[in-house]
Design a protein. Sequence first.
Length: 93
Amino acid sequence: MNNRGAMFAQAARGPVLLITVGVLFALEQSGMLAFSRSWPLLIIVVGVMKLIERLLLGPQPYPPQATGFPPPPQPPGYAARPPAGPPPGGSYQ
């Protein structure tokens, strides 16, 4: 629930990716490691950064109206709220 840490992780994602790409290209130029063999490291770095963001942000509740989809249909006879007061024609028994 550390929102400041999550914002920092989101802000650091771009620079971390640029540094990673730069290091991979430097390794390519020096002849130590071909970029064609090392590009999966970019996917790993993105995954680690997303994991850090999620860990720092914590679980977030998603309200149903935020999905953009209508609520699912209810079965016949379903009442969203119980009726107020006794049923028509009598009392509860």
